[in-house]
Design a protein around this ligand. Structure first.
Ligand code: F6P
Length: 356
């Protein structure tokens, strides 16, 4: 089952799970569609997965099992004919459906929300192991999650393209990237793409300082600038910005800081500013070789975890090793250390974080 939003490499996980389960244990594998919702709606049949079926999946983005980032069996949305919606605890039904389907082990690939629900289902008797998934790279316990490298490639290619037009037009280009409350995508893309300013949620910024930096760095030789801002970044003492309000079980969606920042820079400096909000392009496309490799290692390791009946454990990458870690630890968020080596290295290169 794949839970939450998609990430490049999910299909490679599914492929590795099926091939390892069949080759090493002779197990039959089925896929549960539409995340946890697939366990609650009998009209959503499971998909039989065999090696021939999954063999071509290595290079394919998204997830063949479908993604639902609101699915929660503990608060399942039931819609009535009059249009009203009630949230009902159907977790026991989900566990019973697993039994009815004769599923001996459930492997869920998901982020912090998916893992938190998995833990609660385990307490009700479900047999679940986890695979960490997020392009944001913000899950504690694993040094890297698959999808992150692909997102960085997409974002860096976009920044490279913005650079040439910024240079031609002597413009300040602001690019907003994803990452929720962590700045991993912004930091890595910004450094890899030669940004002049990187703004991340972990370091609240001051617009005046950003503008000062942009004015000071402009010379006749380099009369343009690149600014990378994480969707979750905010000004000192200010709030994060959202472009879609919360509704039902869905949290508000971060986005829009790039536009307000671009406007502020233009007003204060008089520079010609343009803004790109890269959005879901960062989640799409074929996984990079790095992500195919990591997703494959994770999928294979998850099968071995299930064989050892290590319910409640999640596979993870620590250093170069695939290890297992409690899901309870994985639901904690990993953020960029504002005083760590990576931020300091970027500062040493002359990159501004808008705080000094
Ligand atoms: O967690 C992955 C992520 O892409 C975040 O970076 C982003 O804030 C969020 O998901 C977007 O979610 P949705 O696809 O629901 O808009």
């Amino acid at each position: 089952m794949t839970g939450g939003g998609d990430a490049p490499g999910l299909n490679a996980v599914i492929r590795a799970v099926v091939m390892t389960a069949q080759n090493c244990y002779g197990w039959q594998v089925v896929g549960i569609r539409q995340g946890y919702d697939g366990l609650l709606t009998p009209e959503t049949p499971v998909v039989s997965l065999d090696p021939a079926h999954v063999q071509p999946l290595l290079t394919r983005g998204g997830t063949i099992l479908g993604a639902v980032n609101r699915g929660n069996p503990f608060m399942h949305a039931v819609k009535y004919a009059d249009g009203t919606v009630q949230y009902v605890d159907m977790a026991q039904n989900a566990v019973e459906r697993l039994e009815a389907l004769d599923i001996n082990a459930l492997i869920v690939a998901g982020g912090d929300g998916t893992m938190a629900i998995a833990q609660r289902l385990i307490a009700l008797g479900a047999r679940i192991v986890g695979v960490p998934k997020t392009i944001d790279n913000d899950l504690a316990q694993t040094d890297v999650s698959f999808g992150f490298d692909t997102a960085i490639l997409t974002a860096t290619e976009a920044l490279d393209k913005l650079q040439t037009t910024a240079e031609s037009h002597h413009r300040v280009m602001v690019m907003e990237v994803m990452g929720r409350n962590s700045g991993w995508i912004a930091l890595k893309t910004g450094v890899a793409g030669g940004a002049d300013v990187i703004l991340i949620p972990e370091i609240p910024f001051d617009v005046e300082r950003v503008c000062l930096h942009l004015m000071e760095m402009r010379t006749p030789e380099r009369n343009h600038a690149l600014v990378v801002v994480a969707e979750g970044a905010a000004v000192v003492g200010g709030q994060q910005q959202y472009y879609i309000k919360a509704s039902g079980l869905m949290d508000a969606r971060l986005g829009g800081i790039g536009y307000s920042l671009g406007n502020s820079i233009a007003e204060r400096t008089g520079f010609d500013v343009r803004v790109l909000r890269l959005g879901h392009l960062q989640r799409g496309g074929s996984p990079t070789p790095h992500d195919r490799w990591l997703a494959t290692r994770f999928g294979a390791a998850a099968v071995h975890l299930a064989a050892r009946q290590q319910w409640g454990q999640m596979v993870a990458l620590q250093g170069n090793d695939i290890v297992s870690a409690p899901m309870a630890e994985a639901v904690k968020i990993k953020r960029v250390d504002p005083s760590g080596e990576m931020v300091q290295m970027a500062r040493d290169l002359g990159i501004s974080f808008g705080d000094a």
